[in-house]
Design a protein around this ligand. Structure first.
Ligand SMILES: [Zn+2]
Ligand SMILES: [Zn+2]
Length: 165
């Protein structure tokens, strides 16, 4: 017996393997035991032995899946980080180039070849823009690094969820 509504989606812990999953009850006499556990659910010594072996395999499989997912996430985060590093490097190069141009413009201005106000304004605009884009990329890199750091501190989480019984 259970107190859940029939024909309704619930996310519950299986009373046998303790893994949270989706349950839809069709009868008041249904047990809160997942489909995987039903064949070994019971109290005979043979069934208990089977239950332990199957749970060990189930938990190992869950852990392997969780580890694979975590590695895939980290690879993705690192790729994004590399991409941001390239943007920052490009913007840094552009800023250096513009600074050189700005120096050249000042030389030209001293020689009377340019309208100082117009040229300074143009280059300052480009410098400001490049600086803004570089700052934005740096901020994204920091949050990305935090996500990678968080990901590695959560490594034990999937193990904690699996209560043996
Ligand atoms: Zn189960
Ligand atoms: Zn079970």
């Amino acid at each position: 017996m259970h107190a859940y509504r029939l024909h309704t989606d619930y996310t519950l812990k299986c009373q046998c393997c303790a893994i949270s999953q989706r349950f839809v009850f069709t009868s008041k006499s249904d047990v809160v035991v997942c489909g995987y556990c039903k064949p070994h659910y019971g109290s005979t010594p043979a069934k208990l032995g089977q239950q332990q072996r199957e749970h060990a395999a189930l938990y190992l499989n869950r852990l392997t899946q969780a580890a694979k997912q975590r590695n895939a996430d980290q690879v993705k985060h690192r790729a994004e980080l590399d991409h941001l590093e390239r943007i920052i490097a490009e913007k840094d190069a552009l800023i250096r180039q513009l600074e050189v141009e700005l120096g050249d413009v000042h030389v030209s201005i001293r020689k009377g070849q340019f309208n100082e106000a117009v040229m300074s304004w143009l280059i300052d605009e480009r410098l400001t823009q490049a600086g803004k884009e570089s700052d934005a990329a740096l901020r994204r890199r920091e949050s990305q690094e935090r996500r990678i750091a968080d990901g590695s501190t959560n490594q034990g989480a999937s193990i904690v969820k699996l209560h043996p019984h």
